[in-house]
Each structure stands twice: as C-alpha cells, then as structure tokens.
Design a protein around this ligand. Structure first.
Ligand SMILES: [Cu+2]
Length: 245
C-alpha cells in the first residue's frame, strides 16, 4: 500500500480523481451553438470510423490462423516462431484495435515466449494471458483476461514501459501519461484483478489519453494489488497509439 497515491513529481496539483478533465475550446467563455454542432459532426465521423475499424478488425482476425483454444493448459499452439503469440492489429483513421495472447513459461524455456513467469507458484507455466487495446482520439481502453492462475487470489497488474526480459526489472517502471507525476490509476494503467475458483480473472482500464509511440511495451503481474509489489510475471505487448510499436 505504500505506493498508493504517492506523488513523485513536483508539478501543478491536478485533481487525481473526478473523471475526465474538461478539455476543449470552451475555456472561460461560454460560447455554445456552432462549436457544439461542429463537435457533433466530428463525433458522427468518429463513430463511422469506429464502425470501419471494428469491421476491419474482424476481417484481420478472420485471416489469422485460429489461436490455440483456451483451456488447453500446457498445450503448445501450432504457429511457427512463437507458439504463445497471436496478435491481431487493425487500424482505420484515428482508431485502432489490437489483441495479443500468450502462454506463460519461465525465462530460458526451450520454447521461447513473450510471456514470462518469474514466480510459478503465482503464475504457473502454461497459464494464459490475453491483452486487448482499443484506441481512438478520445482515449484508450485496455482489457485483460487470464486463465490458469492461483484460484481466489488478488493480483496487481500495470502497463510498463519496456519489453520483458529474463530479469524481472527489464520491463522498467510503470507507463505514465504525465511523466514523473502521480502514481495512480488515472495517470497509469492499472489492471488489478481477483481470480475466480478456476484461477481465471479479468480486468479493464479506460483512460482519456493515448500511449506515446513505443512508450508502453509490456504488462507486469504483481503479487499484490495497488501501485507496487513483487513482479510475478511479464508479457511483452506492442501497445501504441495505432496498435503497433
Ligand atoms: Cu507494475
């Protein structure tokens, strides 16, 4: 709990909670009317783009080889280079959709994986992770689904800055929207979850900002919830404003 809401920087005191900041052209003047209708038009265009992006995402997914069926713990997939990975990326206009899936194994395993477990009591070899990212000009939505972890246990998870390595520290610190600012779920992406009786869990985080290109490259699963904890596992994910890194 020590790192919860810790302020590490010395910038202006933004309110931590309170939802989305009132960004936009309204400023001090209360001019409505035309501005609003222009915004509405833009929103309608964005909605059309979202529809296109979703359609494109389905199309890309349909062309991919089917990922290994969930539930087959311990079984390896059939694809060539990295059997744990099945990424789908679709981008249209200002929005994009990305999915990455992995099967955890310890560093140095015979079959290399982008999903590494450093503590097999908490994240057993063969446990599975899926990360989805949807991004458009209004923000970013990151979701995760996990299978085969310890049943009935609380885990912490965040987006980190660097790809995973054999050393748990390789993934670097938390990704922060405002660098060196507050360590909290508004300025960072927190995906804390609790597993059910089968060891499965899920979480979702919605932000009103987008990742910087190449700035967010992994998720870390921690042994406890909140802003800190031991690094139990890591999954390298190509987060990005356009779903690629
Ligand atoms: Cu973390």
């Amino acid at each position: 709990m020590t790192a919860w809401m810790v302020r590490t920087g010395h910038g202006p005191a933004h309110p931590i909670s309170g939802g989305r900041p009132t960004a936009g052209p309204e400023g001090g003047t209360r001019s409505r009317g035309r501005g609003i209708s222009r915004v509405s038009g833009a929103l309608a265009g964005a909605a059309a783009l979202l529809t296109l992006a979703y359609g494109a995402g389905v199309g890309v997914a349909a062309q991919e080889p089917a990922p290994a069926a969930p539930g087959g713990h311990g079984a390896h997939g059939a694809s060539a280079a990295d059997p744990s990975r099945a990424d789908d990326v679709a981008a249209t206009g200002g929005s994009s959709w990305m999915r990455a899936a992995g099967v955890f194994s310890p560093p140095g395993s015979f079959v290399p994986s982008d999903a590494l477990t450093y503590d097999t009591r908490l994240v057993p070899a063969g446990a599975r992770i899926e990360i989805t990212e949807f991004t458009d000009p209004s923000g970013t939505r990151v979701g995760t689904r996990l299978r085969g972890l310890t049943p009935g246990r609380a885990y912490g998870m965040h987006v980190h800055t660097s790809p995973c390595g054999a050393d748990p520290a390789a993934a670097g610190p938390h990704y922060q929207h405002r660098p060196s600012a507050t360590a909290d779920p508004v300025n960072e992406v927190w995906l804390d979850f609790r597993t059910d009786e089968d060891g499965d869990g899920r979480a979702e985080a919605v932000q009103d900002w987008n990742f910087r290109e190449g700035g967010a490259r992994s998720v870390i699963i921690h042994d406890r919830q909140g802003g800190a904890g031991e690094r139990a596992a890591c999954f390298t994910v190509p987060f990005g404003p356009d779903g690629r890194a």
